[in-house]
Design a protein around this ligand. Structure first.
Ligand SMILES: O=C[C@H](O)[C@H](O)COP(=O)(O)O
Ligand SMILES: C=C(OP(=O)(O)O)C(=O)O
Length: 392
């Protein structure tokens, strides 16, 4: 027997008009979407890498904006090599139970009567502030009912490992006007992501709510702007050159373009944030050697690690530290971005050489490169066939 906790009178049109997109920001969102779509369409046209990076979840306005300010500066610095979108994740899918994100519990009370109406307003407010800085944002599409409140702000949507097989999420992905990535499932199978891409490409009749909060029967248009995300799983990581090659073959065999983003966290880091730099180094090595990998995902925050919400509530939390999955801190984030940027530069240079001097095309040029050295963080790729990079 259910218990109604609260009835919210929020409707999407009112929330959007209370926190509207101005024309300038709308143009930024549009150009971010077009830039990602261009990468999907012509992944090798300029060799840029899509980087979906940011906190595992957002729980604090000031920290989110502090992070976004740092990331916007990094995005500008790397704009010729990296197309950076900030993770602004306002909902969390849980393996069993746990904090479900800012929308559901904006005051971190973990109580049954959390203020979800405030959660929606605060979440849209943060997303809006970040896009106003000119940073594209990405989020996980989890509760379908939330989409009408935020869809205009998003540059990239991601369907998580626990929902890639959900028909509702596939329908929703076929209805949105921004690119969507589908993760492999928690066991590590890519089939569910490929099936999802196939389903999302088609129009669907589906249920939704309109801008006035009414239930509507819609016909989606189908979304061809989709990609697969390799995030590892219980069967192990899947970011190696061999795994990427197998994923490319599976996509092509299913009639899909080979569009692959590698998530350096989750199953690929064995859920230990300290492994993300190593995974990113292995991906950078593949990119420097000419792999057409479309992008990476990284869980990053101002300070490294994670923390539980203390019994005294949000007042006891450390600043800029994740309350869900562990994240790399800002110094390491910058080192990883520098490393990826250097690898992409190599790919771009090799592409130019390939285009002008075909005879040199098969000679990859990254050998024992130190891709970046920043503060006390050193990330090195060894010879292409050698060991992974190290972080010390
Ligand atoms: O990124 C977040 C987590 O991996 C995901 O929400 C599941 O977390 P959990 O296993 O702690 O519930
Ligand atoms: C929950 C996430 O990922 P996954 O679906 O891969 O577990 C996430 O990226 O926050």
């Amino acid at each position: 027997m259910h218990r109604n906790i609260a009835r919210t009178s929020l409707v999407p049109a009112e929330v959007i008009s209370a926190l509207p997109l101005d024309q300038n920001t709308l143009n930024h969102v549009d150009s971010g979407r077009s830039a990602v779509k261009q990468l999907l369409e012509y992944p090798r046209s300029n060799g840029r890498l899509l980087v979906i990076i940011g906190p595992c979840s957002i729980h604090h306005l000031d920290a989110a904006l502090d992070y976004a300010t740092r990331l916007a500066a990094a995005a500008a610095r790397h704009q010729d090599q990296l197309l950076i979108a900030m993770r602004v994740y306002i909902e969390k899918p849980r393996t069993t139970v746990g904090w479900k994100g800012l929308v559901h519990d904006p005051d971190l009370t973990q109580a049954d009567n959390s203020d979800i109406a405030r959660g929606i307003l605060v979440s849209r407010g943060i997303m809006l502030s970040v896009v106003k800085m000119g940073l594209p944002i990405a989020t996980e599409i989890l509760s379908p009912l939330l989409m009408p409140f935020i869809h205009d702000l998003l540059t990239v949507g991601v369907i998580g490992a626990r929902t890639t097989e959900s028909q509702t999420h596939r329908e929703l992905s076929s209805d949105v006007t921004f690119p969507v990535g589908f993760k492999n499932n928690t066991e590590g199978s890519l089939k569910s992501a490929i099936d999802a891409m196939t389903a999302a490409a088609q129009p669907h009749t589906m249920l939704g709510i309109d801008e006035h909060g009414c239930l509507v029967h819609r016909l989606s248009s189908g979304n061809l702007d989709t990609f697969a995300v390799l995030r590892g799983g219980s069967s192990g990581p899947n970011y190696s050159r061999k795994h990427v090659g197998q994923a490319e073959m599976a996509l092509v065999k299913s009639g899909m373009q080979s569009r692959i983003v590698i998530d350096c966290s989750h199953g690929n880091s064995s859920k230990d944030y300290r492994n993300q730099g190593r995974v990113a180094a292995a991906v950078a090595e593949q990119i420097a050697a000419g792999s057409g990998i479309l992008g990476v995902m990284i869980e990053s925050n101002i300070n490294p690690g994670r923390q539980d919400i203390p019994p005294c509530g949000s007042s006891g939390l450390a600043y800029g530290v994740s309350i869900t999955d562990g994240c790399v801190g800002w110094d390491e984030t910058e080192a990883i971005l520098d490393m990826l940027s250097a690898a992409v530069k190599q790919r771009q240079t090799d592409q130019k050489v390939t285009n002008s001097v075909p005879a040199l095309a098969s000679e990859p040029s990254s050998r024992n490169m130190t891709l970046v050295q920043k503060n006390d963080i050193v990330i090195t790729t060894k010879a292409l066939s050698g060991s992974l990079g190290s972080i010390s």
